[in-house]
Design a binder for this molecule. Structure first.
Ligand code: G6P
Length: 515
């Protein structure tokens, strides 16, 4: 039997009736990675309860066990709203100016990570493979190691990793970012993110770069890599084809009544550049009067993290700006911008993507952006729409057929929008075809496979071999060894790996404050 895959993330999409659709790329990716695997998805229930959860609440669906715990109001404020979303989120999105650090939030963040380690540790078995997701849980591996868990533990950061000088503005960064060195493998969305973190790692006293993107820190070894997250491309394309024939698609088609459709889909978040996008659309209508009454921008924006002040502020700002533009250009029979604060089902969204002539994906900074990939997958390959994509998304490195824009320049985005709306069919097809072909291969299944096999390899790497050999063997004289064949090495490694769980934790895996 293959080992269980234990996914840990702050949010868990428990499939229960009445649970609302969750926004954000993490849920899309994790759900897809768990499909066809035996596993557990552990995390926060999304509920606040003053009574400490004694045992995680379990929901079983096919081969997946969902295990969730509630958080107290204090945990929610300090860990989720506080350090995760008022500090790490802005910082990792290059917004040092929005970072609001407090020691109370820092200790709340550590406390919840310890809570996760306690609850998760209680049902971990020695053969489980643990894969931790996102910035809420950076210190989790250190906590698990401190409790004696020797399992392979990997981490994946879904959001960007900022450059060194920004990372170092985080007070006590070594306790949080430095704790990533307790993972066997730390994955990033792009090579740029990975390299930013590599530069950070080298500032840690005593850290040494080894071969193949491995780093040694205080006796531990961690490997880093770029693993661009993706979508279930073929399934999504099928969903969109079917959705095009759905009653919702018909309804939308009728309501557009011949208007061209430009679509934006984002959580309401300052990193998404919604204000800049609306300003660019304003500019587009201003300089292209011939397009007025012929196009509408549908901006779908589920509300997000409204307890954090900067999010509440942007909510008002976007609504006011859209009101002004609709007032300025709108007519009784035409609304320039339709603005919706709700989330739609996957199927409904896929139909909207297919119906849209242009998608505006223009974040100021985004780890990957799966909306861009879903838009490409949802198109009718014979008559695809055009994608406008910010150069500051992870997706821009892969979706080279998009019109790449700088979201900070409204004239540039307005000009690209005009170009997209007027783009001849042949060019749209030429741009779309290779992007779809790329996504059909580089799908989320490949992402999960590549990451997990890389994680498994970290357990078989030569450094482990020598560490383990040193643990077992008496000191020997330095006689040259006969050169080992690959299968010799593999056999020896497998034998040692089988013995691993029977050993006590090597001292360098126990938690101690390093810096
Ligand atoms: C992004 C993050 C996820 C997060 C999601 C929704 O995709 O990478 O970790 O879950 O946003 O945000 P929320 O705060 O509602 O969980």
């Amino acid at each position: 039997m293959s080992p269980r895959l234990i996914i840990v993330s702050n949010r868990v999409a428990v499939p229960e009736p009445g649970n609302k659709q969750m926004a954000g790329g993490l849920v899309v990716a994790v759900k897809a990675a768990l499909r066809n695997r035996t596993g557990v998805w552990f995390g926060w229930s999304g509920k606040i309860d003053e009574m400490e959860t004694a045992e995680p609440r379990i929901v079983q669906r096919n081969r997946i066990t969902y295990a969730v715990i509630d958080l107290s109001k204090n945990d929610f404020d300090e860990y989720y709203n506080g350090l995760a979303n008022r500090v790490l989120w802005p910082l990792l999105h290059y917004r040092v100016d929005l970072q609001k650090y407090s020691r109370a939030d820092h200790s709340g963040y550590m406390r919840v990570n310890r809570l996760f380690a306690d609850k998760l540790g209680a049902f971990l078995t020695k053969d489980d493979i643990v894969w931790v997701h996102d910035y809420h849980l950076m210190p989790l591996a250190r906590e698990l190691r401190a409790r004696g868990h020797l399992n392979p533990i990997g981490f994946f950061l879904h959001i960007p990793c900022a450059p060194l000088d920004i990372l170092r503005t985080l007070p006590h960064h070594e306790e949080i970012l430095g704790a990533l060195t307790y993972y066997d493998l730390v994955g990033f969305q792009t090579e740029n993110d990975r390299d930013n973190f590599a530069a950070y790692l080298l500032t840690i006293p005593g850290a040494k770069a080894g071969r193949g993107l491995t780093f040694g820190v205080d006796g531990r070894r961690t490997r880093i890599g770029a693993f661009p997250v993706s979508i279930e491309t073929a399934t999504y394309a099928r969903l969109a084809r079917n959705a095009a024939r759905s009653p919702l698609a018909k309804e939308i088609g009728e309501s557009l009544d011949g208007l061209r459709l430009v679509l934006g889909v984002d959580r309401l978040d300052y990193s998404k550049g919604i204000i800049q996008r609306i300003n660019a659309f304003d500019r587009f209508l201003e300089v292209n009067p011939e397009w007025r009454s012929r196009v509408t921008l549908l901006q779908i924006t589920p509300k997000s993290r409204s307890d954090v002040k900067d999010y509440a502020a942007i909510e008002n700002e976007v609504a006011t700006l859209i009101g002004k533009i609709n007032g300025r250009y709108g007519q009784a029979s035409w609304t320039p911008i339709r603005y919706v604060n709700r989330s739609y089902s996957r199927a409904a969204l896929s139909g909207l993507y297919r119906a849209a002539d242009v998608a505006l994906v223009t974040p100021l900074r985004d780890g990957m952006n799966l909306v861009a990939k879903e838009y490409v997958a949802a198109q009718d390959a014979g008559d695809p729409g055009a994608l406008l994509l910010s150069e500051f998304t992870g997706a821009a490195a892969e979706l080279t057929g998009a019109l790449i824009v700088n979201p900070h320049e409204s004239e540039g985005v307005a000009a690209a929008l005009k170009r997209a709306l007027e783009m001849p069919l042949a060019e749209r097809r030429e741009r779309h075809g290779p992007m779809l072909a790329h996504l059909l291969v580089h799908n989320v299944e490949l992402w999960a496979e590549t990451y997990l096999s890389s994680l498994a390899e970290t357990q078989l790497r030569p450094s482990y071999m020598s560490d383990l050999r040193a643990l077992f063997s008496p000191p020997r004289s330095r006689t040259p060894e006969r050169s080992q064949t690959h299968s010799d090495k593999l056999e020896e490694t497998q034998a040692l790996v089988r013995l691993l769980p029977t050993l006590a934790a090597p001292t360098d895996w126990t938690y101690r404050r390093v810096w």
